[in-house]
Design a binder for this molecule. Sequence first.
Ligand SMILES: *Cc1c(COP(=O)(O)O)cnc(C)c1O
Length: 372
Amino acid sequence: MSHDLNQVPFFDYKTFFSAERDRILELIDQVASTGGFIMQTDLALFEKNLAGLCNANGAVGVGNATDALEMALSVYNLEKGDEIIISSHTMVATASAVKFAGAIPIPVEITPEGLMDPDDAERAITKNTVGIMPTQLNGRVCDMDRLLEIKEKYGLVLVEDAAQSLGARYKDRYSGTFGDSSCVSFYPAKTLGCLGDGGALLVNNPDMLETFQMMRDHGRSKSGEIEIWGRNSRLDNLQAAILNDKLSRYDQAISYRRSLAALYYSRLFDLHELKLPPNPLKDTTVFDICQNYEVLVEKRFELQQYLRERGIGTLVQWGGKAIHQLKKLGFKQELPKTDDYFRKCLLLPLNTMVTKDDVNYVCDAIIDFYRK
Ligand SMILES: *Cc1c(COP(=O)(O)O)cnc(C)c1O
């Protein structure tokens, strides 16, 4: 980007639009001119392509991924006192979806990679546990062999928060396809971002597809009859048209992201003050779509400051708080491994607007910081 000025914003929202301005404006003109704003062909086409991308049975475009999670849980008739295990390293949306679906979110520890720790998840199971909700964080997929084993052993529901992992895989199976349904998010900074809020349910259980299609549209069937209690959470047809266009170039976008992560890895792996995610190009179990590049660092505050002075934006995810640390929401768990992770974690800039020169510039600055 404007590299002569040495600026590497964490995520450049203006360029996100301007880099594709002509294409987007033309699409908006085309679609809006047909008068098709709500539940039209662009949405149907996008849903079909989205499901196709990850071998899901179907996809249902909704207002955002948080709604999708709540809807995914709502079909299980959760009762007061039911517990659902979540990772403590996730967005508050995962926990609030559980809460508003009528159950209690139980945050558990994470692995050194920041993903739900299956051993701790199993330890947290009580007679009230009805479900397990792993977050496929940063574009990576949890240890699904172990989590599916736990799901089977205790007869639990499994709903993935796949908001950050569209197209990621675990041993050739796509993120979001391990349970009956899951969510993906099209928030602008996600790997497939739209111009505002947007999300989808990925639906694997064919018996649930029609239910979710009605649920996001006031409970109406295709004939207009009210069949169930529903809500209004529909992905705009205009957003779907824009997303469908981006989806056709999604593979290239992901390859590019992976190449940036590999570059970070090759430049930084031997710094002992840093702990990096695995090199995506060497990992044979997980296909990482590199939504985020999250590293663990020594002297985080000072490093962030040093990078900021050099025009480099970084971010500590979730405003720096894990779920169990949200005491105002009533969480009482003690999760020392997660506490330790949250003292050190930091996101470095990684998205399709970041260039290889940018990554090298960021790495030079990080190396300088620890050398001085
Ligand atoms: C972004 C995100 C969400 C919420 O997505 P929205 O579309 O903004 O509702 C939920 N969980 C995780 C892990 C996310 O990153």
